[in-house]
Design a protein around this ligand. Structure first.
Ligand SMILES: Cc1cc2nc3c(=O)[nH]c(=O)nc-3n(C[C@H](O)[C@H](O)[C@H](O)COP(=O)(O)O)c2cc1C
Length: 216
């Protein structure tokens, strides 16, 4: 009996790995036209082992690791479900952040995470996300890379994010919040990332490809 259950669990995980998890839905945003597998599965949440953006062997557009799919599928989310993000997921997102490349590996940054609804909703410019990640540092490039790592990791877990600088003035002007953040001396708050379970699926905004030029 035990063997049958183990085999069934393995088979279920193989199906989930093959179909690419919850991105079944989001992949429609950048329809590859070739790939049936991403359309089939919305059962990712049953299986902890498979992140959303498992690679699709049938499809060269999604890439092998799933990273390309995440890059193309991520969108800023400004409508969230009233559902708390699990602390472990926030921890994983932060871990993705601190694994970003950074100058001289100085890791001159600080990450603060709040799940305090009152604090989050009290900041003008937030959108009802259930967690807020504050990123401070001495080097804006390092912090930006950290931010993108975090957003892609969150997307990979089926979470929505929006990176924001708009609320920075209000945050910096709020002594209570700044005290709670307890940022190291000399570290500037660079941006916040709102996180939550998405309640919208925005289309990708048009990108201007003319900005790219190969040198002759
Ligand atoms: C540095 C920076 C600051 C941003 N500030 C805000 C903000 O204050 N409020 C907001 O809703 N979105 C903000 N955004 C999100 C952008 O509006 C969004 O990334 C852009 O419109 C492209 O859309 P996409 O993220 O869905 O691809 C910011 C993005 C960046 C990179």
């Amino acid at each position: 009996m035990k063997k049958i259950m183990v085999a069934a669990t393995m088979a279920a995980c193989l199906v989930l790995a093959a179909c690419g998890g919850q991105n079944a839905k989001s992949s429609k945003n950048h329809d590859c036209g070739k790939c049936e597998k991403h359309e089939q599965c919305d059962r990712h949440e049953q299986c902890e082992k498979h992140a959303n953006s498992d690679a699709c062997e049938n499809c060269d557009k999604h890439g092998k690791s799933g990273v390309s799919e995440a890059i193309m599928g991520r969108r800023s989310i400004r409508k969230y479900q009233d559902k708390a993000v699990e602390k472990e997921k926030l921890q994983q997102i932060a871990k993705a952040g601190v694994n970003a490349p950074n100058a001289m590996n100085a890791q001159n940054w600080a990450v603060r995470i709040s799940q305090d609804k009152e604090l989050i909703n009290g900041i003008r410019g937030t959108h009802g996300g259930t967690a807020l990640i504050f990123v401070a540092g001495r080097n804006a490039v390092d912090c930006g890379l950290m931010g993108q790592n975090m957003m892609l990791a969150a997307y990979d877990m089926g979470l929505g994010t929006v990176i924001m600088t708009g609320p920075l003035g209000a945050i910096k002007g709020n002594a209570d919040i700044m005290k709670k953040l307890d940022l190291p001396e000399g570290m500037e708050l660079q941006f916040v990332i709102e996180v939550g379970y998405p309640d919208e699926k925005p289309d990708a905004k048009t990108r201007n490809m003319d900005v790219i030029k190969f040198l002759e």
